[in-house]
Design a protein around this ligand. Structure first.
Ligand code: NAP
Length: 495
């Protein structure tokens, strides 16, 4: 029996004013409806924003260390419910259970970081150029924050936004992805149970085109934080600009792993298997391009081929499953289309390329060689278990090829040559570079984000996410008792 969830507005669980709902299905067995959720409209968003706006003055006045206490309680509940949430996530969107536990753990880590940040929220002090005058900077909450998240990290990504937004004193209207609304609702329940006051955190489910755009365009939302595809991110930025919002965008990737002749090849094979086929390739940081130096090309592919055959594809809630399904039928069709694009452009299938013969949206791990660097398979985010392999003759060629895409999120180089490693760190156009580790594996207390069409200059994670959810206020206190003029008075005027 499918569970029915509602929107969470002003501290109450309520249906959409539209009276309509949508189904949330298990991608491993699409006949199974896991839950039913409100198919909300702009009217529901208006209600949620009204509640958030009303709750803002009081919530923002609570001292940050006290807000942090409530968030600590939420984090403790997350610990208690970790296994149950991971199981639900695995059924809802198909992530292998081991990874689903990691997803919840990421939220736990982010919650405890936010708790600590309640006693930091550091800003700056600096000397004034005038005597008997203090100059410093404080952080202020912004107001109502609109948070729009993807389905591939159903708890981790909402946690990256909700914890810091609330800790900083903002109130929130949250729209989760339509492919992972049940874990999102359970996550919101945790904040309710922890004692977050009514109206401080609101959740509205429904389509991106309706609910997401209503958030991006609402005049009373002052900051929008979005994670998802670059196309949708650009659309949100355009709409949000009309009401002068602050907008943080975390978007797609086409992440390269380079392997040089000095590398430990077995380690690099481990890395690419995890990077390319973990989460069935459905990570923004997934390794979708493998750039091999010609000296190790044949040897590396032999070892990779041997290992890829051992990956276990199956029900994601089984402990030993390596690869679950793609998230929905649309994702499966997209991957199938890219297999055709690859073959049409002259690439060769080294492995995979087929749907798996079982219920659900399962697809084989797929490796293309002889890929044209300017073809669609080489350039576009497929968001599935498809790896494009390239052969290069030199380090410079590897770097140029790695940079020859419009995205810039994660990157990796396997080498034991210190010069290559250090130069790659400087020259790879990406927000993250790993040395002798795969392109996935970010830690929550470090900045996370990308360059080029992956981001718009912000970083989530660690202390940097607090830049997104606070405004800086500059304070001058003149205790000289006279009119002092910056840029005009000089030290010769001192008595
Ligand atoms: P998506 O289609 O862009 O959707 C992301 C969110 O935006 C969902 O909640 C979606 O709602 C909503 N949305 C869709 N159209 C909208 C619109 N016109 N206005 C406002 N909101 C709208 O992305 P996805 O398929 O969920 O996730 C995969 C993408 O996310 C990939 O490109 C991946 O690289 C990226 N990603 C990036 C990061 C990062 O940190 N850089 C992390 C994870 C994922 P519905 O679900 O209702 O459509």
């Amino acid at each position: 029996m499918a569970k029915e969830y509602l929107n969470y507005i002003a501290g109450k669980w309520v249906p959409s004013k539209s009276g309509r709902t949508f189904e949330n299905r298990n991608p491993s067995y699409p006949d199974e409806v896991i839950s039913v959720h409100p198919l909300s409209t702009k009217e529901d968003v208006d209600e949620a924003v009204k509640a958030a706006k009303e709750a803002f003055p009081k919530w923002s006045r609570i001292p940050a260390p006290k807000r942090a206490e409530i968030l600590r309680r939420a984090t403790e509940i997350l610990i208690e419910r970790k296994e149950e949430l991971a199981q639900l996530m695995s059924r809802e969107m198909g992530k292998p259970i081991v990874e689903a536990r990691g997803d919840v753990q990421e939220a736990i880590d982010t919650g405890f970081y936010a708790f600590g940040e309640g006693r930091r929220l550091f800003a700056f002090t600096t000397p004034s150029e005038l005597e008997n005058k203090a100059a410093y900077v404080i952080r202020r909450p912004i107001g109502v924050a609109g948070l729009i998240t993807p389905w591939n990290f159903p708890i981790a990504i909402p946690s990256w936004k909700i914890f810091p937004a609330l800790l900083a004193g903002n109130t929130v209207v949250f729209k989760p992805a339509s492919d992972s609304p049940a874990t999102a609702a359970e996550f919101v329940k945790i904040f309710e149970e922890a004692g977050v006051p009514p109206g401080v955190l609101n959740m509205v489910t429904g389509s991106g085109g309706e609910v997401g755009e209503a958030i991006a365009s609402h005049p009373d939302i002052r900051v929008v934080s979005f994670t998802g595809s670059s196309v949708v991110g650009a659309r949100i930025a355009e709409i949000a600009a009309r009401t002068y919002k602050k907008v943080s965008l975390e978007m797609g990737g086409k992440n390269p792993q380079i392997v040089m002749p000095s590398a430990n090849l077995d380690l690099a094979v481990d890395g690419v298997l995890w990077g390319a086929f973990g989460t069935t390739g459905q990570r923004c940081t997934a390794t979708s391009r493998l750039i091999l130096h010609e000296a190790i090309y044949d040897e590396f592919l032999d070892r990779l081929l041997e290992r890829v055959k051992t990956l276990k594809i199956g029900d994601p809630w089984e402990e030993d499953t390596n690869m679950g399904p793609l998230v929905n039928e649309g994702a499966l069709k997209k991957v199938q289309l890219y297999i055709k694009y690859g073959l049409d452009s002259g690439a060769k299938l080294l492995y995979g390329g087929e749907r798996v013969d079982r219920p659900g949206y399962f697809f084989q791990p797929t490796i293309f060689t002889d890929v044209d660097p300017n073809s669609r398979v080489a350039q576009e985010e497929i968001f599935g278990p498809v790896l494009a392999v390239f052969k290069v003759r030199s380090f410079d060629e590897a770097i140029d090829l790695a940079n020859n895409v419009r995205y810039g999120l994660s990157s990796s180089i396997y080498t034991n040559d210190i010069r290559e490693a250090m130069e790659a760190i400087e020259r790879l156009e990406a927000g993250i570079t790993y040395v002798n580790a795969p392109t996935i594996g970010a830690e929550t207390h470090l900045p996370f984000g990308g360059v080029k069409q992956t981001g718009n200059g912000h970083r989530e994670g660690g202390w940097t996410v607090y830049e997104i959810f606070t405004e800086l206020k500059t304070v001058y206190i003149d205790y000289s008792g006279r009119l002092q003029k910056a840029q005009i008075d000089t030290w010769e005027d001192l008595e």
